[in-house]
Design a protein around this ligand. Structure first.
Ligand code: 5AD
Ligand code: SF4
Length: 445
């Protein structure tokens, strides 16, 4: 979501006459987009901002900016969490703007260039942002599109609802128009963004009565959006992230079956495999319910890619709870997993509980789950050896530029020899020869 917000800000600044430079050392304006979901993320963003301010003020390592920087801004979730404290941590900050308010940035930059400093812009929880549909002129073939803002789930550990505000679904008409414009510019793949995209159209109506595809009930709002986007010429692939297991319904599985442009990959954060911890987290599903959601997806397509997020070291997590998470990961057969060490976030319900799993134990659990995922990733990928995958070409591979890489519908990285001239954004077929835990290697068909 931050990558998308940054891209929108870049587009808004370009429209206001600013020019992007490739090297930070050439920049006169630097804006750090912050995340506060874990303590480390926030500290990195604030630390980076502090270095930039030091360089602006002629202190610290000039190399950080080459000494050209005149305006330093901070945007994103950490601003909303810190409020006016942001200027205590960063006295030389020129402006700070919370999520859902980034549309004001071009105006804030003007005010700073005219001599103002320490401007704070905090959004309301229900704010509908300006500038959300701004996309840069870059010739990319992939694009993010925000469809849902905020989150109303209130999981015990999570600061997102406090900083990103209430859930709000953008009108389907707006989303469809945005994607249509992107496709007309050559975008082949969009990824629809929201904290919980399957709640699209639940809190506020996304479709109006006069929309031709107006759905009957809210469970249909998201599938109808997929249907409307599927009809857009030139668009080849539709992805979305993230999803809450509660929304992984039969309607959703039907949508995968009905709309072939929708990629068979779902990022479905499980967080824990222990019913006790899931209840404490307020996740509103059980281990069995989660596994049956996955079974529905894999009954539809055994190669359906499911990826997840897991938290280790939640307050009170015992060895048995951890073992339940470990075994759930095996049962679920995740294609990829991100493991996070629990970090208490101020103001969340779980922050009131003792953070009682020692750091070293969190680290140990983290390592065990990561090692398990390496093996499991290899096992899952091995199943694809010998098969032909449809791959959206991205370009020369990062590790070895003689090879090219792209992704299949399951978001798996596929590497191959470019035996004929290719352009990023081409759809090709690749026969898989070798499987590794994180990549597939094959040859063009
Ligand atoms: N501590 C550790 N991980 C967290 N996440 C969210 N809040 C916390 C926290 N307080 C993780 C969840 C979520 C991912 C984006 O970040 O796993 O899915
Ligand atoms: Fe946080 Fe839960 Fe909302 Fe995800 S669903 S953003 S974990 S509150």
């Amino acid at each position: 979501m931050n990558v998308r917000d940054s891209e929108a800000v870049e587009a808004l600044l370009s429209a206001a006459g600013h020019v992007r430079v490739d090297e930070e050392s050439d920049a006169e304006l630097v804006i750090v987009n912050s995340c506060t979901v874990r303590d480390m993320a926030e500290r990195k963003a604030v630390g980076k901002c502090g270095n930039l301010i030091a360089a602006k003020e002629g202190r610290g390592r000039q190399s950080e900016t080459g000494g050209r920087v005149k305006v330093v801004g901070l945007m994103g979730c950490a601003v909303k969490r810190m409020g006016t404290d942001v200027f205590k941590a960063l006295p030389g900050l020129d402006f700070a703007v919370g999520p859902r308010r980034f549309g004001t940035i071009p105006r804030l930059v003007e005010r700073c260039l005219a001599g103002e400093t320490r401007i704070l812009e905090l959004p309301d929880d229900d704010e509908v942002p300006a500038g959300m549909d701004a996309h840069g002129g870059g010739a990319s073939f992939q694009s993010y599109v925000t469809i849902l803002l905020g989150c109303d789930n209130r999981c015990s550990y999570c600061i997102v609802p406090d900083v990103r505000g209430h859930e709000y679904s953008r009108p389907a008409k707006e989303v469809v128009a945005e994607v249509r414009a992107l496709a007309a510019r050559g975008v082949k793949e969009v990824c629809l963004l929201g904290q919980s995209v399957l709640r699209y159209g639940v809190r506020n109506k996304a479709w109006t009565a006069d929309d031709p595809a107006s759905p009957g009930g809210y469970v249909e709002a998201f599938p109808r959006l997929l249907e409307a986007l599927s009809a857009i010429d030139g668009l080849e692939r539709i992805r979305f992230t993230s999803a809450h297991p509660k929304g992984c319904t039969d309607e959703l599985v039907r949508a995968y079956a009905e709309f072939p442009k929708v990629c068979r990959h779902l990022h479905l954060p499980v967080q824990s495999g222990s019913d006790r911890i899931l209840a404490a987290m307020g996740r509103r599903y059980t281990r069995a319910e989660y596994l049956s959601a996955i079974a529905r997806l894999r009954a539809f397509d055994p190669e359906f890619a499911v990826t997840t997020d897991v938290i280790v070291g939640y307050p009170g997590e015992t060895d048995d709870d951890f073992e339940a998470t470990r075994s759930l990961m095996d049962e679920a057969g995740f294609d990829n997993a991100f493991v996070f060490k629990y970090s208490p976030r101020p103001g969340t319900r779980s922050a009131a509980l003792p953070d009682d799993v020692p750091t070293a134990e969190k680290e140990r659990r983290d390592q065990i789950l990561l090692a398990g995922q390496q093996q499991r990733g290899l096992m899952r990928n091995n199943r694809l050896a010998g098969t032909v995958r449809e791959v959206l070409v991205e370009g020369p591979s990062l590790r070895n530029a003689a090879r090219w890489s792209g992704r299949d519908g399951g978001n798996r990285i596929v590497v191959f020899e470019p035996e004929r001239p290719l352009t990023p954004g081409d759809l090709v077929k690749v026969r898989i020869a070798e499987a590794h835990p994180q990549i597939l290697v094959g040859a063009l068909v």
